[in-house]
Design a protein around this ligand. Structure first.
Ligand code: GTP
Ligand code: MG
Length: 196
């Protein structure tokens, strides 16, 4: 659900990085933040509550096309992945335009990936979204580690809606812009009234 600023001729879209704790959501956002030039980005905000953190910033990417003369500005948010922070996750999902699900590829984290994906489905539904209609991209992160599940196993376990998916090493920037760009294109397609 994007916001339109007619004065600035900008469309504001909200992207949420979702996934289990320590999968690399914050690392993705920090990478994009550091690769974006100063004049195109806001500050990186961190909202510490008692113990959890929400992190967000917004920016104007260089290479995303205009929509009828309007520039597209993206606001990137992460949710806290720990299971107990479900209330925050529900709040952060409000008014989103697209999701990047960041999975932790380590074999022993598979169950947490699946639980987090189901939690995302449930929370989206509760917020009134039809997951089939929400632009969604999956990133299988931490592919640099030795104990990762094969790609096919991760796909079979997590990619339940046939979403575009990528391998990633967010700490080195691998797969970060690939996932972001694919999602931003899907969002723009939706805004233009096409199918995703
Ligand atoms: N080896 C490796 N480490 C990574 C990768 N991506 C992130 N990390 C590390 O994993 C840890 C957790 O990353 P975060 O980005 O904080 O994880 P998160 O998903 O934001 O976690 P929560 O905020 O708890 O939900 C950090 O120490 C990162 O440096 C990766 O691709 N490979
Ligand atoms: Mg985080």
């Amino acid at each position: 659900m994007s916001l339109i600023n007619h004065n600035a001729k900008e469309i504001h879209c909200k992207i949420v990085y979702y996934g289990p704790s320590l999968a690399g959501k914050t690392t993705n956002i920090r990478w994009i933040y550091h690769q974006t030039s100063e004049d195109r980005k806001s500050q990186l905000f961190e909202l510490p509550t008692d113990v959890e953190r929400t992190l967000f910033f917004d920016f104007l990417p260089l290479d995303v096309g205009d929509i009828r003369g309007y520039k597209t500005r993206f606001h990137l948010y992460t949710v806290p992945g720990q299971v107990i922070y479900d209330a925050s996750r529900k709040l952060i999902l409000k008014n989103l335009d697209g999701i990047i699900f960041v999975a932790d590829s380590q074999t022993e984290r598979m169950e947490e990936n699946v639980d987090s994906y189901r939690n995302m489905e449930r929370n989206l539904e509760q917020q009134g979204y039809n997951i089939q209609e929400v632009p969604l991209v999956i990133q299988y992160n931490k592919r640099d580690l030795p104990n990762v599940s094969p790609l096919g196993v991760m796909r079979a376990g997590l990619n339940r809606h046939n979403s575009p998916d990528f391998e990633g090493v967010a700490s080195e920037g691998r797969g970060v812009f690939e996932a972001f760009k694919t999602l931003s294109k899907s969002i723009i397609t939706v805004l233009k009234g096409g199918d995703i």
